[in-house]
Design a protein around this ligand. Structure first.
Ligand code: F6R
Length: 367
């Protein structure tokens, strides 16, 4: 049942190229995204949207954080992202011009479902991104985009996250097409690059790449604390990498916006503390590198993640992982893969139960 893998989590990490492919399948026609068979929102409806609320928990919330960048960049519609258990209690501003997007692998998370009901009751249009056809979230939403990741068994979510990102890109591009807000050529380029992600994800699962990550993970498994740093979309991915590591290896870690370290946290960077530094975003590269130098100067042991072809980062870090070249906007789908592997190997090294971490359930049906 684990298809030759030691654990479901590892199997599911390796299933990501297929999950990406399957989530794209049938949704791109002649360099355009076509969701018209799945989504009832008309062009006029899309043009009416004033604000978007992404609401979700855990890993799905982290997908929503990427969603904020994607939608704001492609559609210029303001986006807020909330943890579902907080959403209702802050009296969010919701009206008929609000699009509420629930992201949920299982479609049964009680907090997400409660937030969805609240938004719907207050007049929002409700869309669900979920992996389970016929789940509660899918049934109660006005529109549904299914992530075709297939069943996810490991408690730690991996292929569901990358498929959620793909669904978010598809929807963002689809809306941008309707709004005519972006240059057509630019959108076509995003579509073209989106179709190459599956193959590129495959490259990150090659043995040489995996062994760099596994070796770093074995080294780090002795530590009690570590940091993930990045800016922009790299920060969103850092949060997911940190969650994954905490969830299964029980190593405490914190994800920090790299530019924020110097506002207090730098005091925790001491000799030999491991730092996973992500620098895939071109526009933020120089600034991120200077933040990496700040931690290096304090003795941190740094694994850098950057784009293939980069010859600079290795001068500032101890080890480097290269992500195949893609658009900055799409990098999270690739960047997260070594971070998932990192959490996996750290957990294996520590001898914990990878697929069933302590005190966690696959689907959380209490609020
Ligand atoms: C983390 C993880 C959880 C879930 C969260 C939401 O690896 O699995 O954080 O992402 O409980 O679950 P869904 O997506 O089913 O609503």
């Amino acid at each position: 049942e684990k298809g030759g893998f030691d654990h479901f989590m590892l199997k599911e990490i390796y299933e990501q190229p297929k999950a990406i492919q399957d989530t794209l399948a049938g949704r791109i026609k002649e360099d355009k995204v076509d969701l018209s068979n799945e989504i009832s929102l008309s062009k006029e409806d899309v043009q009416q949207i004033e604000r978007i609320h992404f609401v979700a928990c855990g890993t799905a919330y982290h997908a929503g954080l990427v969603g904020k960048y994607v939608f704001e960049k492609l559609t210029r519609i303001p986006v807020e992202v909330d943890v579902a258990s907080e959403y209702r209690y802050r009296e969010p501003i919701i009206n008929e011009r609000t699009l509420f997007i629930a992201v949920s692998q299982s479609g049964e998370t009680a907090d997400t479902l409660a937030a969805l009901r609240e938004a719907k009751q207050r007049g929002a249009k409700v869309l669900a991104i979920t992996n389970v056809v016929g789940s509660s979230v899918a049934r109660e939403a006005d529109d549904v985009i299914i992530t075709w990741a297939g069943p996810e068994i490991a408690v730690a979510s991996t292929k569901a996250y990358t498929s959620q990102l793909i669904a978010i890109y598809l929807l963002g591009i689809y809306f941008a097409q309707q709004l005519e807000a972006k240059n057509v050529g630019e959108l076509k380029e995003v579509v073209a690059q989106l179709q190459k992600l599956s193959e590129k994800a495959e490259l990150l699962l090659q043995p040489e790449q995996v062994s760099i990550v596994a070796n770093f993970a074995r080294e780090i498994a002795k530590h009690q604390n570590l940091f993930f740093i990045g800016r922009g979309l790299d920060y969103a991915v850092a949060l997911e990498g940190s969650l994954k590591l905490k969830e299964i290896s029980y190593i405490h870690s914190e994800a920090y916006a790299a530019g924020e370290l110097k506002h207090g946290t730098l005091a925790l960077i001491e000799e030999n503390i491991p730092v996973l530094a992500i620098a895939t975003q071109k526009a933020l590269y120089e600034k991120t590198v200077s933040n990496i130098q700040e931690v290096k100067a304090r003795g941190a042991y740094v694994l850098g993640v950057t784009i293939t072809g980069d010859t600079e980062l290795n001068k500032s870090v101890d080890e480097v992982i290269h992500i195949p070249k893609t658009l900055d906007l799409l990098a999270p789908v690739l960047t997260v893969i070594p971070l998932q592997l990192f959490a996996y190997y750290a957990c294996v090294e520590r001898g914990y139960d990878v697929d069933k971490p302590r005190n966690l359930a696959k689907s959380v049906t209490v609020e």
